[in-house]
Design a protein around this ligand. Structure first.
Ligand code: SAM
Length: 258
């Protein structure tokens, strides 16, 4: 039987994902290459808590997973039997309740990152956090050439990697260059498939695009459309077209028991 526990949560992130979450599952399809890296980092854990679980991407199939998320719209898209509506900052579990905790592309939404990471360490013996380093360069061409507004927004939400590593007392940091055919439609997923950014459904599944006002995003996308039609984009980015993957600053940070 499905078990959903209600917790008190303020508006903010949960409310944001109640809006962004609609249609999320079609665009944000888990990529097997990232899945393999996360499974390896979880080190054969039997019980796993997935914090900021969303629709359940990257959960290991051979573990008993408890999904935690403050957004009901996201939890409704999660297929698993164990779901708890809560924020990372106050996990309703006893100390050491899980072999491992995972948090994928979610820590930048937590109102109190340090408290949330502290909770991950309290309830599990091993932690794997997949995040993005705002200090990493190169930036995606969308940011550099079309929507520099994204830079400021991301810098205000993402915590520099060094701070995440320190807060987790992490022992391992694994880079994950984004493959050109990455299936999980996060902001940089389409670095070699520029037409995808013209699709409002694709943009709606990325919280940055979804947060910026249409009056900013739409004129920028019209410029991209024109550059694609004229061949200007391809001339500027010929060097990217032959690359298999690019390191845009995504990292899997691992802490706790080996
Ligand atoms: C980009 S989605 C990632 C979902 C999933 N981990 C994945 O990889 O597809 C971010 C998730 O973080 C959740 N979230 C927002 N605030 C949170 C908080 N304070 N604690 C835990 N999760 C939160 C959102 O509701 C959303 O489901």
């Amino acid at each position: 039987m499905e078990q959903v526990r209600e917790e008190q949560n303020g508006p903010g992130p949960a409310a944001a994902y109640d809006r962004i979450g609609i249609g999320y599952k079609q665009v944000r399809r888990p990529d097997p290459r990232l899945g393999a890296l996360i499974r390896q980092a979880l080190g054969g854990a039997r019980t796993v808590v997935n914090v900021g679980a969303g629709a359940g991407s990257y959960e290991p199939e051979d573990a008993e997973v408890t999904a935690v998320d403050p957004s009901q719209v996201m939890l409704d898209q999660h297929p698993g039997p164990r779901k708890v509506k809560a924020g990372a900052e106050e996990l309703p579990f006893t100390d050491g309740a899980f072999d491992a905790a995972m948090a994928v592309l979610t820590v930048h939404h937590w109102p109190d990152l340090h408290r949330g990471l502290g909770e991950l360490r309290r309830v599990s013996r091993r932690q794997a956090v997949f995040t993005w380093d705002p200090e990493h360069r190169p930036e995606l061409w969308v940011v550099e050439e079309y929507l520099p507004e994204i830079r400021e927004l991301d810098a205000s939400r993402f915590t520099p990697l060094a701070e995440v590593v320190e807060a987790m007392d992490a022992h391992t940091v694994l880079p994950f260059p984004i493959p050109h055919d990455f299936t999980d439609g996060l902001q940089t997923a389409y670095w070699r498939r520029p037409e995808a950014y013209l699709d409002p459904v694709v943009r709606a599944a990325s919280s940055t695009f979804a947060t910026l006002p249409a009056s900013v995003v739409e004129p920028a996308m019209e410029r991209l459309r024109a550059d694609l039609a004229s061949g200007a984009w391809e001339r500027r980015h010929a060097h990217l077209l032959g690359q298999e993957s690019v390191d845009y600053g995504y990292r899997l940070v691992v802490a706790g028991e080996a």
